[in-house]
Design a protein around this ligand. Structure first.
Ligand code: APR
Length: 268
């Protein structure tokens, strides 16, 4: 596997593996890029099909929903349809495997994601969601969760209702919306506390597949760095993240399995 990478990247993977093998507290933040190889477009990708004239940033906001709830609901139903049959890729599997290993190698690994798909869970990981969950809904007015069959049946497209008709809350008649953190909204308190604590106390922070543009999540790497952690970034494209110690400029699905195999080999 290692031999498939370019010589400079091999050296960087080896440096990263050595660093990780010698540290116990690891915090990992993932973004849309980790699911790209599963076939889910990232947020900075241009939208396709019916939605090609819209930008995600203009639809994923409370103002957009207040202005045109049907439009925003239709977009999410379309996204759900797009994600429904997608499965974890080697990067998700490698992380899940690593998490399972931490019982024997005594590392503490906190996995945090900005993604609303549940591919980390499907791979077997325990993960903290900062931006909510695509398969859950709640009332836009009274915030009470709206119970439906989405979560239990997300892999069987036949049984999911992708209807674009707006739903209303049985308690207050407000419109039902996806339980997702939109631009300008606060992050879930418990999830953010978990993320801040893990970032502030980790020895290595790994940023995977995120453009590092959206705060407060993008600030976690800085928090880790200020508290003495080394920062590794895995992304085929450059990001504005200037505090990175090791950059692995390759797709996560290519580099993660190699990195974790190398680290494990150094530990045993
Ligand atoms: N492996 C690793 N990284 C990849 C891959 C890949 N195979 N393919 C693309 N990338 C990188 C891109 O280069 C980009 O930097 O993934 C990043 C995806 O960036 P965004 O689309 O901005 O996704 P993310 O950082 O998760 O967005 C943050 O913004 O739209 C909101 O709430 C939404 O959670 C989202 C947040």
């Amino acid at each position: 596997m290692l031999a498939e990478l370019s010589p400079p990247l091999i050296a960087q993977v080896q440096d990263a593996a050595k660093l990780l093998a010698s540290k116990r507290r690891i915090c990992i933040l993932t973004g849309a890029g980790i699911s790209a190889e599963s076939g889910i477009p990232t947020f900075r990708d241009k939208q396709t099909g019916l939605w090609e004239n819209y930008k995600a940033e203009d639809l994923a906001t409370p103002d957009a929903f207040a202005r045109d709830p049907k439009l925003v609901w239709s977009w999410y139903q379309w996204r759900r349809k797009l994600v429904a049959d997608k499965t974890p890729n080697p990067a998700h599997h490698a992380l899940a495997q690593w998490q399972q290993h931490t019982i024997s190698n005594q590392q503490q690994l906190t996995l945090i994601t900005q993604n609303v798909d549940n591919l980390h869970e499907q791979a077997g990981s325990i993960v903290t969601h900062l931006h909510g969950n695509l398969w859950r809904n709640r009332c836009s007015q009274c915030h009470i969760p709206y119970i439906n069959d989405l979560e239990g049946s997300k892999n069987s497209e036949d049984t999911i209702n992708f209807d674009e008709l707006l739903l209303t809350c049985p308690h207050c008649d407000g419109y039902i919306r996806p339980d997702i953190v939109w631009f300008g909204e606060a992050l879930p308190v418990q999830a953010w506390q978990t993320a801040e604590e893990a970032a502030a106390h980790c020895e290595v922070f790994i940023s995977i597949g995120t453009s590092s543009l959206v705060y407060p999540a993008a600030g976690l790497a800085q928090l880790a760095k200020q508290n003495g952690a080394k920062v590794i970034e895995i992304n085929p494209d450059p990001t504005p993240n200037t505090i990175v110690d090791i950059t692995l400029a390759e797709k996560a699905g290519v580099v993660m399995p190699v990195l974790i195999a190398q680290m494990t080999a150094l530990q045993f």
